[in-house]
Write a protein that binds this ligand. Sequence first.
Ligand SMILES: Nc1ncnc2c1ncn2[C@@H]1O[C@H](COP(=O)(O)OP(=O)(O)OP(=O)(O)O)[C@@H](O)[C@H]1O
Length: 192
Amino acid sequence: MSSETTRPIVISGPSGAGKSTFLKRLFAEYPDKFGFSVSHTTRSPRAGETNGVEYNFVTREEFMTGVERGEFIEHAEFSGNLYGTTVNAVKTVGEKGRICILDIDMQGVKLVKKTDLNPYYLSVQPPSIEQLEKRLRGRGTESEADVQGRLAAAQGELDYANEEGAYDETIVNDDLETSYAKFKAFINNVTA
Ligand SMILES: Nc1ncnc2c1ncn2[C@@H]1O[C@H](COP(=O)(O)OP(=O)(O)OP(=O)(O)O)[C@@H](O)[C@H]1O
């Protein structure tokens, strides 16, 4: 296997564009090819959780030392605990021979670009904002306020994706079968 095959793949696009739909199908088709990075957290492990599997469990001091050393791509605090993704956690997936998939928003993309991870960047877009709204409502997993927030953020995501060189490839998710075929072709092309 050449080093090329372990480059991560960043998949980004507005909430509701269809990233999870594509990834679910992809993982079902290729169960052993891809992987997700293990995040770090300062929260305590729950029963049955193993360090290094669900999360890398660290102290707040260890976490903050990592942040100061620039080891984190991103981190955030939720309900009193820190969570984040390190550059090394992404590299570890590749070292195990799997392709690390990063399903992240535009802010995450900008942060990954500051690292030496050198991934492929793929933008998944809805056919229109109207269609996006329909799909978000159809999914039925968000409150009205959440749908509005996602639609407001969507335009920013699309504007960024239109900037020259922001992504290696853009897939407009109109007809699902056709779009998934394009998605798969992109993945197969960069991982061949
Ligand atoms: N081509 C398509 N045509 C019609 N509906 C679609 C299509 N692709 C996805 N959907 C539907 O649109 C909704 C949003 O898709 P999905 O959850 O995959 O988006 P997402 O980009 O992963 O969003 P998030 O970033 O919020 O996780 C889902 O209900 C999904 O079934």
